[in-house]
Design a protein around this ligand. Structure first.
Ligand SMILES: NC(=O)c1ccc[n+]([C@@H]2O[C@H](COP(=O)([O-])OP(=O)(O)OC[C@H]3O[C@@H](n4cnc5c(N)ncnc54)[C@H](OP(=O)(O)O)[C@@H]3O)[C@@H](O)[C@H]2O)c1
Length: 344
């Protein structure tokens, strides 16, 4: 196999490169070169996907059996890539997201749930896109990327992961959880029994490349099983174990926490009250061969990887975590509430 990866230096892209090279495939990567180089063994072409001249230069390195696009955030750019590479792109594999579903995270979603209304040539800078809340903007643009990807002459495979964790994770979720576990003291947490579905980056890469190999098309949610995979408590326990952290979880009631001024998903990473957050149907991907390793293994390997090298720097890292003074204030408020309740 000869594949092109649009991306390849941060997280999933890098894992795809490593896995494909291990399979003995020829790999070309295309990035701006801002975040370093891909793993050794891949052909690296430096260029910007929004620059048509750079794309023409890339096209000369083709053709490929498949193109895996991990860096698509703008439908217009997917269209331009496809128009420039033409049949040379081979099958087009788009890394989309569950955020492309209009009802995620409010309701359960499966592959047939409606996506955000979008346009095949939408751009982040279009006035109607720019006025959307960032999380809706992301979903609407990814839905447009999916529309654009469907124009690929060699066929299209759409992968919609939920939260991806694992070695190299850079959004700040794991960095924050590990730091908090190690800082010690009372740790404000909630909803311990909520089932969660993070998927390991290595399992996403394996699934993607297996599907490239077997010629699959269509769309798949790439998430861990809803049942029997892990709970939020399992995530916290694993973070404490691997870091030898001394923090003591204080599990407060989530309806109370929701009423406080706490930013869900970031101040407490991966906590969100919407019922559909972790109700993403994984059965189609499982039937096609997605195998998810235990969450504890993902967390242990992520921690081990951070000891070797820090993840790529990213602006999202600053969004995560809670100011310690705010956490102490909320814990004191919770204690007071508990004392009052005990007094009746
Ligand atoms: N992380 C999650 O939890 C999650 C969940 C659901 C879906 N996803 C999706 O999964 C995909 C994987 O993301 P990733 O960050 O792991 O992928 P990645 O391929 O490891 O990183 C993105 C790559 O794109 C390159 N890039 C960015 N802008 C570019 C441009 N204008 N022209 C050329 N190259 C450009 C970056 O390198 P340079 O900066 O050096 O150019 C980098 O190599 C994304 O599409 C994301 O939407 C992620």
């Amino acid at each position: 196999m000869r594949i092109l990866i649009l991306g390849g230096t941060w997280f999933l892209g890098k894992q795809l490169v490593l896995d494909a090279l291990q399979r003995g495939w020829e790999v070309t990567t295309f990035t701006r070169g801002r975040s370093g180089t891909p793993p050794e063994g891949a052909e690296h072409i430096v260029g910007d996907r929004t620059d048509v001249d750079d794309l023409h230069r890339l096209a000369q390195a083709g053709p490929w059996d498949a193109t895996i696009d991990t860096s698509a955030y703008d439908p217009w750019s997917v269209l331009t890539v496809l128009q420039t590479l033409g049949e040379g792109a081979g099958r087009y594999v788009l890394l989309s997201t569950v955020s492309a579903y209009q009802s995620w995270p409010v309701r359960q979603v499966s592959e047939t749930s409606p996506l955000w209304r979008s346009r095949i040539d939408a751009r982040e800078t279009d006035p109607d896109v720019a006025e959307l809340e960032p999380r809706f903007q992301y979903g609407m643009l990814k839905a447009g990327c999916e529309m654009a990807a469907q124009t690929a002459p060699g066929g299209t495979l759409i992968l919609r992961p939920g939260v991806i964790l694992g070695p190299g994770e850079y959004t700040g979720r794991m960095l924050t959880l590990f730091d908090r576990a190690r800082r010690g003291g009372r740790w404000l947490l909630t909803d311990p029994d909520r089932r969660i579905q993070p998927v390991d980056v290595r399992d996403v890469a394996t699934f993607a490349l297996d599907r490239v190999e077997d010629g699959s098309t269509g769309a798949y949610n790439v998430v861990a099983p809803q049942l029997g995979h892990a709970t939020y408590r399992d995530l916290i326990t694993a973070c404490l174990e691997v870091t030898d952290g001394t923090a003591e979880p204080v599990w407060v009631a989530w309806p109370w926490l929701r009423e406080q001024d706490v930013k869900q998903w970031t101040e407490i990473p991966l906590w969100r009250v919407d019922v559909g957050t972790w109700e993403v149907d994984h059965r189609k991907a499982a039937a096609a061969g997605l195998v998810c390793r235990p969450l504890a293994k993902t967390i242990a390997d992520t921690w081990a990887d951070y000891q070797e090298r820090p993840p790529v720097e990213h602006s999202r890292q600053a969004e995560h975590g809670m100011d310690p003074a705010k956490e102490a204030h909320l814990l004191a408020k919770w204690d007071q509430l508990q004392r009052r309740a005990a007094r009746g």
